[in-house]
Design a protein around this ligand. Structure first.
Ligand SMILES: [Zn+2]
Length: 216
């Protein structure tokens, strides 16, 4: 475990925005409480998901989201129109309109807003912040190799005998490539008992069911 002033990182290597509320953190101490939302944070964290989801990720998904929203609005609109013009409101019509509105709201929240849950890679361990719950810290010595589990659409990693499963929608919305970045960063993060570089060796022992996320 390293600490002390000797390895105080440069300002450019530190977190620039609060992962919960996006408050600007430039110039603030490494350890502090976010002045805006009260999150106790360490600016050395590498954050994935939540407010750390890059704007470019959101912009990439938007064209598809607009198309889906247009289809949903068209279905709702044409259903309302046919119901009104026929002078008869049917249960099927009401359900169609209700379902369309719910689908539209879901698309909006997951394609235009950032998720509320996030993952922080901290010097003391991997910290999971689920929306509305106290954070959970897993020491690096216990965290095994992370992978994306396609069947459950989750980021999974073993902690001792336990298997932690983080649903990708909750942390990354549709942005699987952000989850992929997170998986790679977890597997790259130096473990306390390993000399630098050993993380790469353990990364090569991938289980057959995991996606090989080591790219260029
Ligand atoms: Zn904050």
């Amino acid at each position: 475990m390293t600490n002390g002033a000797a390895d105080t990182p440069a300002e450019t290597d530190l977190l620039t925005r609060c992962p919960r509320c996006r408050y600007r953190l430039r110039g603030l101490p490494v350890h502090h409480t976010c002045p805006e939302c009260g999150l106790e944070l360490d600016r050395r964290w590498q954050v994935f998901g939540g407010q750390a989801l890059p704007g470019s990720a959101l912009r990439h998904g938007r064209p598809i989201a607009y198309i889906v929203l247009a289809i949903v609005v068209w279905i709702a609109g044409s259903t309302i129109f046919t119901q009104l013009s026929s002078g008869r409101v049917t249960v099927f019509g009401v359900m169609t309109v209700g379902g369309s509105l719910a689908a539209g709201a879901g698309i909006y929240l997951t394609s235009f807003r950032r998720p509320k849950s996030f993952i922080a890679l901290a010097p003391e361990g991997l910290i999971v912040f689920r929306d509305g719950q106290p954070p959970e810290t897993f020491p690096w010595s216990d965290v095994g190799r992370a992978r994306y589990d396609i069947a459950s659409k989750s980021l999974m990693f073993p902690v001792g005998k336990r298997r932690v499963r983080l649903p990708s929608m909750q942390f990354f919305h549709w942005y699987i490539f952000e989850l992929d970045r997170c998986v790679r960063a977890i597997n790259r993060y130096p473990r306390p008992d390993e000399p630098p570089g050993a993380a790469n060796q353990s990364a090569s022992r991938a289980s057959p069911s995991s996606i090989d996320t080591r790219g260029s």
